[in-house]
Write a protein that binds this ligand. Structure first.
Ligand code: SAM
Length: 275
């Protein structure tokens, strides 16, 4: 299919270190007609440093849909546009996804530039498996919703990457430990900045320290490495606790779990002897 004329460039910005700006990024910013960005003040600072003079237009999470129409009208006039979020890749826990959807629907070319993103920068030095992984981004800020999300991720066998704010990290680490049990975790802090730090630890160890975290953080968590049998045991324990919490008697809980998991009642009785 023939593409329309204007081009949308998705331009990454530094996650800390300004030297991560590539020549291609500079050339692209110099060549486009307008720069749409998450925060014009932020992007303007960067443009000043790079000595680039361009009109910036604000496009953030609260006006992205309407601004996509404006952007498309510029593209229709044959103008080329760059989109930048505040840090890292646009559309990765940042605005950009709606723009891309609308622009591609209208048959304009989209060119993504490579550059820094906190997720992959953290992953490659995490010492956790990198062949398969899930980028989850931010867990919900609501406690009950967050627990639900973590429970859904429980069986996932591959490395999981989370973004988190420093004021919520201890709560999130507690929730991860209480819901998943012990797992390896790498905390990547202040990537590409002066105080960059990688903490290679486990959920058990880090939650016991009640450490104070400062700066920006990525959590890289080991996937579920337990065997099916071990996972079943954990599920049985969770189900048992849930039944008891709902005032089901110990005897009835064991009978029902024995039917669900096809396990002899005596084995279950032994398992929950001290509960
Ligand atoms: N679009 C960005 C990207 O591609 O990485 C992510 C933006 S998101 C709003 C901000 C989150 O990314 C932070 O809360 C933190 O979890 C992570 N982050 C961004 N910069 C970071 C850095 N220098 N070091 C560690 N984490 C960072």
């Amino acid at each position: 299919m023939m593409e329309n004329k204007g081009i949308l460039y998705l331009v990454p910005s530094p996650i800390g270190n300004l030297s991560d700006i590539s020549k291609r990024i500079i050339d692209t910013l110099n060549s486009v007609d307008y720069i749409f960005c998450e925060d014009t003040r932020n992007t303007q600072k960067l443009l000043n440093l790079l000595n680039i003079k361009k009109t910036t237009i604000s496009c953030h999470e609260h006006n992205e849909k309407e601004m996509s129409f404006k952007l498309i009208s510029y593209l229709s006039e044959g103008k080329n546009i760059a989109y930048m979020s505040d840090a890292g890749y646009p559309a990765i826990s940042d605005p950009g996804e709606i723009l891309v959807k609308e622009v591609s629907k209208n048959n304009f070319k989209i060119i993504p530039l490579s550059g820094p993103t906190a997720s992959l920068t953290a992953l490659i030095a995490s010492s956790l498996p990198t062949s398969h992984f899930l980028f989850y981004g931010f867990l919900s800020s609501k406690h009950s919703e967050r627990i639900k999300e973590i429970n859904e991720l429980k069986p996932f066998p591959y490395t999981i990457i989370f973004y988190e704010a420093p004021h919520r990290i201890n709560e999130t680490l507690d929730d991860l430990y209480n819901t998943l049990g012990d797992r390896k975790i790498t905390i990547a802090r202040e990537l590409s900045k002066i105080h960059e730090e990688f903490i290679y630890t486990s959920l058990k160890e880090i939650t016991s320290l009640n450490k104070e975290f400062k700066g920006e953080l990525v959590l890289v968590l080991e996937g579920n490495t337990l065997s099916n049998e071990d996972n079943d045991l954990i599920n049985i324990k969770d189900k048992y606790n849930e039944l008891i919490k709902n005032n089901i008697s110990k005897k009835d809980a064991i009978t029902s779990l024995s039917l669900i998991y096809k396990i002899n009642k005596n084995i279950l009785k032994k398992m929950f002897m001290n509960d």
